[in-house]
Ligand binder design. Structure first.
Ligand code: SF4
Length: 387
């Protein structure tokens, strides 16, 4: 900030964060009541069969034998014992899931789970660029990129910077503005937009971690950063389209299998049961997509097997749309064993069960909210907005 700039408080703006970013990562473990928790960023969402096996083994050997899926398509290992951090880091390095220790908590990206190779390549390149820059670790662990194949699924998850495939070339969205860029420039354009945000956040001086946390009227000079990166960008009106929603469970097309994890958690045995597969894609809707089966019959056979392994495989499962926070025994704040209490409820809205009013992991939009009370019951309300 130039010396003559007024301080945020002098401009009447609240400083929204006074503490550092404590987001857990693969190396910075979070201490929970049931042991340590590690959060593994999976920027492209794609795991190879070898990575699936290594993670399943790590959850058995170092953790509690389960893997949790997050609403950003990350994986969490819980119940890690004292001194397990180094062992886990070794596994992740061996699996190729830790390309840069400095950058591991800023590799926050959601990618359309049914994306083709071009869009997948944007995501992989953006991840490489993030890991190659000295300044990117200044982004918070909450700053989110979305790489959307045009169906609008991950673009609807309130990202900070979005790359959206479109017929006339990719769109870059940030801070209510949209630009058309060349396909070859798309990953660099997303990175330049993140740099523009950081510059704006520094100038605002309010401690913003996300674009939407910037003070009203704070300019994000995306155009200037794109120009400095020699990226041609044309401002365009955004063609807002209705999001397509997540991939439904079942066979999609003739060769892709989609399943969901009940309450967003799987055992290591269930995780291994996703194989054999060419690759496993982890979705931000707490599910898995397995592409490229030889034909529909083999995809349907696999779907049946995954149903027997405990995955949700049908669109009429009452457990679809039911989510829960960690609750007891993992979280000291919880008033209940939320995951044992969680049940489907009648009605069209998603339902989220929480052990306290923080409502960790609640869905976006509008949902039926069940919060544990000190009396051993749950208080039901409707929360959120339809925005
Ligand atoms: S909502 Fe409350 S009880 Fe549940 S995980 Fe978050 S802090 Fe813990």
């Amino acid at each position: 900030m130039p010396p003559s700039s007024p301080k945020p408080q002098d401009r009447g703006e609240a400083h929204i964060r006074d503490r550092g970013d404590a987001c857990p990562g693969a190396l910075r473990l979070h201490r929970a009541d049931d042991g340590a928790l590690a959060r593994l960023r999976l920027p492209t969402g794609v795991l190879t069969p070898r990575q699936v096996l290594l993670l399943a083994d790590a959850s058995d050997r170092l953790g509690d034998g389960h893997l949790s899926l997050t609403s950003r398509g990350n994986l969490e290992l819980r119940g890690l014992g004292e001194g397990c951090g180094l062992g886990l880091a070794d596994v992740l390095r061996e699996a190729g899931l830790l390309p840069s220790e400095r950058h591991e908590r800023v590799r926050n990206m959601v990618v359309s789970p049914l994306a083709g190779p071009d869009v997948q390549a944007w995501a992989a390149r953006l991840d490489e660029l993030l890991c190659a820059e000295d300044w990117t670790p200044e982004l918070s662990g909450r700053f989110l990129f979305a790489v959307d194949d045009g169906r609008g699924d991950v673009a609807a998850l309130s990202p900070d910077v979005t790359l959206l495939a479109a017929a006339d070339g990719p769109l870059l969205r940030v801070a209510d503005r949209t630009y058309r860029v060349a396909a070859a420039d798309a990953p660099r354009a997303a990175l330049a937009a993140a740099e523009a945000f950081l510059a704006a956040a520094r100038e605002a001086g309010t401690g913003a971690w996300r674009v939407r946390e910037l003070p009203p009227g704070q300019d994000v000079d995306v155009t200037g950063h794109l120009r400095r990166a020699a990226i041609a960008a044309e401002p365009v009106p955004d063609s807002v389209r209705a999001p397509s929603g997540p991939p439904p469970p079942g066979v999609i097309g003739d060769d892709t299998v989609s399943v969901l994890a009940r309450l967003g958690r799987v055992t290591s045995a269930q995780f291994r049961a996703l194989l054999p597969a060419e690759e496993v894609r982890v979705t931000p809707w707490r599910g898995f997509v397995l592409p490229r089966f030889a034909d529909r019959a083999s995809a349907e056979e696999r779907l049946r097997a995954l149903g027997e392994a405990g995955f949700l495989t049908r669109t009429d499962s009452p457990w679809i749309g039911v989510t829960a926070c960690t609750g007891r025994p993992g979280c000291a704040k919880s008033l209940s064993d939320v995951r044992a209490d969680a049940r489907p409820r009648e009605g069209a809205l998603p339902v989220h069960w929480s052990g306290c009013a923080r409502r960790c992991g609640h869905p976006q939009g509008t949902w039926t909210d069940m919060v544990a009370t000190a009396e051993g019951a749950y208080q039901m309300t409707v929360q959120g907005s339809t925005r």
